[in-house]
Design a protein around this ligand. Sequence first.
Ligand code: ADP
Ligand code: ZN
Length: 720
Amino acid sequence: MIIGVLVELSNKNVDRIFDYSVPLNLQKLIKLGIRVEVYFGKQKVEGFVLEIKNNTSVSSLKEIIRIVDSEVVLNDELLYLGRTIQKNTLSTLISCYQVMLPKALKAKQGVLINKKFDTYYRLNSKANLFDIRGKQQDIIDICRKKGSVLRKELIEISLSSLNTLIKKNILIAEKKEHYRLAYNNLIAEKKELTTDQKRVVSSVEMKEGIYLLYGVTGSGKTEVYMELIEQVLKEGKTSIVLVPEISLTPQMIDRFQRRFGDNIAAIHSALSEGEKYDEWRRIVRQEAKIVIGARSAIFAPLENIGIIIIDEEHSDSYKQDDSNPRYNAKDVAFLRAKYHNCPVVMGSATPLLEDFARAKKGVYSLLTLLNRVNGKDLPLVKIVDMNDKIKTAKGHFSHLLIEAMAERLEKNEQIILLLNRRGYSSFVTCKSCGYTFKCPNCDISLTYHKSSNTLRCHYCGYATKVYDVCPKCNDKSLNDLGIGTEKIEEELRRLFSQSRILRMDFDTTSKKGAHEKMITAFRQHEYDILLGTQIVAKGLDFENVTLVGVINADTSLNIPDFRSSENTFSLLSQVAGRSGRSNKNGEVIIQTFNPDHYAIKYTKMHDYLGFYNKEMAIRYELKYPPYYFICYIKISGKDKENVNNEALKIKRALDRNINDAIILGPSSCTIFKLNNIYRYGIIIKYKNDKFIREILNKIIEHYKGNIKIKIDIDFNPSHF
Ligand code: ADP
Ligand code: ZN
C-alpha cells in the first residue's frame, strides 16, 4: 500500500503530496484524512493522508513511522473543502487544512491535551438479582431508572455496596469521555412568532439556496433563526450558526442554550484550547447538533447539515485577512450548503452592499422584517454638529448629549455610549472643522507617513506634502485624531460623579469571563452608563437602555478604505438599534464633524435603501465592488530595493497579461515597515476572474523558490 501525504510544514516549496509506503500491520488502519508521522529528510513530521494507491513513480520509498489518530480528522467533505479553498484563495493546501482543525490537534503544538474519562455503571441484564437488600437495592433502583449512572453518584449511596455489586457482576462499568464544559439542559424558552416572523420562516425552503434576511434591529431575526433550527433539528439534521466574535456574547450563547440545551456546541475565543478540542470532539461524535461560533466554526465537522445561519452578515470578521488562507466563511458556507443540499440564511439590519445587490438581482432570495417586534418605531436619532458645538462642549461631550443623559439618569434608565475606534489610523484631520485630506483619484483618506512627512494614498500611491494650515478653514489646528476610552471615562466621571459607569473595551474584557460579568452587571442595573468601543454595538439586548450616545461618529468615516462610509453607516445603525428595544421609547444622539455626510444622514433617517442607492452610485463611478472585483497582492521582504523592484516587475507582468482590468500601485502598505519587513501592495480591479487566477498562479510559481520575496494574495479583501 502506498499513500500520498501532505506534510505539516509551512514551507511553500513542500506544499504538495509525497509518497510513502505503509507497513503491513498498519494498512488496515489507514484511511483518507487520517494523520500519520513520517520522516521528511531527517526530520519527523506529521501529515494528512490525501491519497491511497497501489503504485508510485518514486523509486526509493520510505515507510511511515506511525498513525497519529484513532479517528479520521478530515472527512471527505472537509478534504474537498480544503482543495476548493486552495484553488479559490491560492494559499498553500496545508494552510487550508490547518485552519479547519482545533489547535490542540495541530502538530508541534507542544501542548498535549488529554481526554478525561468518567466511570459509569449500568445493570447487567443477565445478572441474578436474588438476595439483594438495603443499599444495594437502592443502587440497583437508580441504575434501572437512569440506565447509566456516574460512579460518584453511587459512591454517595454506599461504596461497599457498590463494590459488592461489581464483584457479583451485577453492575458493568463503562468509561465515558468527560468534557471540560458543563451544559445544563434548561427549560425550552419559545416565543409565539409574529405574523411577519412566520412569513419569513415559511419562505425558507429546506434545500440548497441562499437567503438574505434584511431585518431592522429588534425585528426578531434571532427568534427566526431559532425557529428554523428547531425545524431542522426535528428532521434529525444539524445546524451551523455563525456570528461575529464580538457579538458571540454569553448573552447570545445563553439564549441558544436555553432553547436547545446541550444540543449546542459553542466555539469562541474565551475557551481554552482544551475546551475547544472538547467541543470539536462532541461535534465529531454527533453529540452536539447545533454549532454556534465565529468564522472558523464554518468548518465544524458536522454531518447531515440542514441549515447554515450567518448572523450580522455585513461583518468583516467573516473574512480571514490577517493570515493564510484568506478565505471568506460565507463562500465556505455556500460550498457546504451545496454539498448538503441545504439553505444558507444570512441576516442583518445593514446588509453588506454586495449582498443586497445580489439579492436585488435575484441571485439570493430577499426576506424582510421591516418592523420591530415591540411594535415601536426605531429610536429617534439626533445629530449634533460638533463644528459649532466644540467650543462650548465639556471635553468631548456636547450640551445636548449631557442634558439628554441627565434626563435619562433622572428617570433611572440606562445609557450606552460608543467611542468609535474602528481601525485606529493615522489620518490627518482639522481639529476645528473636521476636514480630512483625501486622495483626488480614489476618494480615500490619505495616511500620514512620519519618516517622509508626507500624506499618501495606499491605493494608488499618490503623495503630497503635509500642510500647516487647514485648506478648508485656514485654522492651524491640524492634528491626527486620537482619544482613548480611559480619557472619555475620566471626563464622564467628572460630569456625572453620582452615576455608576462601566467601561468595556478590549482591555477590560480580555480576562476570561470578564465580558460576561460586565454584561450581567449592566443588565441587573448595577451600572447606569456603559461606555465602550465597537464591542457595545453588536447584539446586546437590554430593555432598560433608552439612550445611545455616539461620541465621535467620524473616526471610522476617515479610515483609508473604500468601505469606510458603509462601515460607518452599519456601525451607527447597529449601535442606534440598542436603544428602546422594549416598551420604553429610545433615543440616539450622534456627535459628528460631518453632519452632512450621507452615511450620517441616512443613519438619522434609518434609511438603509437610501444609503444603498447613494453608495452604489459612488461605487459605480469609482469602479469599486460590487461593480468590480478587487484583488490585493502584497509583496514583502527585508531588502527594500529588492522588494520594490520585484513589485514593479509584477506590476509590469500584470499590465502585459491582463487587459480588461485596472491595476494600481505598487504603493507602500498602510504599515509599510513591520518587523524590518518592507511591504508593497498592488490592487487589481477586474471583472473577469478566470484570467486573473491563471496569471497570479504563474507569479506564485515564479517566486516559489525565492526566499527573499513573499507574495500574499487576497481576493475581495475586507479592508486594506
Ligand atoms: P434582532 O435579532 O432582529 O435584533 P431579536 O430576535 O433579538 O431581534 O428580538 C428582539 C427582542 O424581541 C428580543 O428581546 C426578543 O426576545 C424579542 N422577541 C423576538 N421575537 C418575539 C416574539 N415573537 N414575541 C415576543 N418577543 C419577541
Ligand atoms: Zn489614490
